[in-house]
Design a protein around this ligand. Structure first.
Ligand SMILES: Nc1nc2c(c(=O)[nH]1)N[C@@H](CN(C=O)c1ccc(C(=O)N[C@@H](CCC(=O)O)C(=O)O)cc1)CN2
Length: 292
């Protein structure tokens, strides 16, 4: 049976270190990092994520601002709010919750966020810096996934890694991070031929395809480490259930270690967002980032 990678406990530990860093910024430098989150519309899952972000931001001692806008808010008004937050010196991090309503161009909004405050790491400037090996704000779910993989494996040097999914939010940035860790990286996707055969080569599998329970145990190399980024809500036996992109029951029999859903990568996303906010705040103030 695979070792279960406890993302909830890891994220809790990281938040504890972030809280200590925030304390030291307050006592030694006299300022408090602050995060502004923008939610447009009524998507129930997004509302929960935004509420959790605000709660955890306050818990680590940072300032938190929630901007909740109705679903029919125009793109122009969202851009105006982003501009206001860009110019507010108390705001060190800005996050616009995705998905946005269909009438709003997400790329336009994400590109309007100042790269220095882009704690999601989605701005093209930060994407470019990541892909050219420069220090940058790195997307939260990818960085959380790699932290969990390194925690269980130590060095990732020389490993065969297969990333399933090529999204801008997870697949592409996680592939860049694995490359920086000296993995040999394959990005697989819906047009990949013989996906099970490709996945079977991997020492490390990152599943970020958004298809419930797609990856089966017999696709895995025995002992492989599996990081399941999927969060899919399904109906089973008349009840709602949260499942990953991996079929946990069959994968845990073959993998060496595996993240559960829930309780794996998900909790790392918000912890890494808090980390990025401290990083952005220190850079804005021109001071060294405390250890976290
Ligand atoms: N601007 C962004 N929008 C979205 C992002 C993002 O990183 N930036 N990611 C997701 C949603 N997300 C954060 O925003 C997020 C998803 C899941 C979790 C989490 O803790 N999941 C739990 C289960 C929670 C549940 O019961 O629903 C887990 O996996 O254990 C946190 C944050 C899309 N939008």
């Amino acid at each position: 049976m695979a070792k279960v990678i406890d993302g909830k406990a890891f994220a809790e530990g990281l938040r504890g270190r972030i809280a200590k860093a925030v304390d030291s910024l307050k006592s030694q430098h006299g300022f408090t990092p602050g995060l502004a989150v923008v939610l447009v519309g009524e998507d129930p899952a997004s509302k929960v994520y935004v509420a959790n972000k605000a709660k955890q931001t306050v818990e680590v001692g940072m300032n938190s601002w929630e901007h909740k806008l109705p679903a029919e808010t125009s793109e122009k008004d969202v851009l105006a709010l982003v501009e206001k937050l860009n110019n507010d010196p108390a705001v060190h991090g800005i996050l616009v919750q995705l998905p946005l309503p269909k009438h709003i161009d997400s790329m336009k909004v994400l590109t309007a966020i100042s790269p220095a405050k882009d704690v999601d790491g989605f701005h093209v400037v930060n994407v470019g810096k990541l892909s050219t090996g420069q220090d940058s704000l790195v997307p939260c779910t990818p960085v959380g996934s790699v932290m969990l993989a390194k925690d269980v494996l130590g060095s990732l040097d020389g490993l065969e890694a297969v990333v399933i999914g090529r999204s801008n939010i997870v697949g592409k940035p996680v592939a860049q991070l694995l490359l920086a860790e000296n993995c040999t990286v394959t990005i697989a996707h819906s047009k990949t031929k013989d996906l099970p055969g490709v996945v079977r080569r991997a020492d490390l599998v990152i599943a970020a395809v958004g298809r419930p329970e797609m990856v089966k145990g017999d696709w895995l190399k025995p002992g492989a480490t599996v990081i399941d980024v999927g969060i899919n809500r399904i109906e089973r036996d008349g009840k709602g259930k949260l499942v990953g992109d991996c079929d946990y029951a069959s994968c845990e029999k073959v993998a060496g270690a595996i993240t559960p859903v829930p309780g794996g990568v998900g909790p790392m996303t918000i912890a890494c967002l808090l980390y990025n906010t401290v990083k952005a705040a220190c850079a804005a103030r021109g001071i060294e980032q405390p250890a976290m």
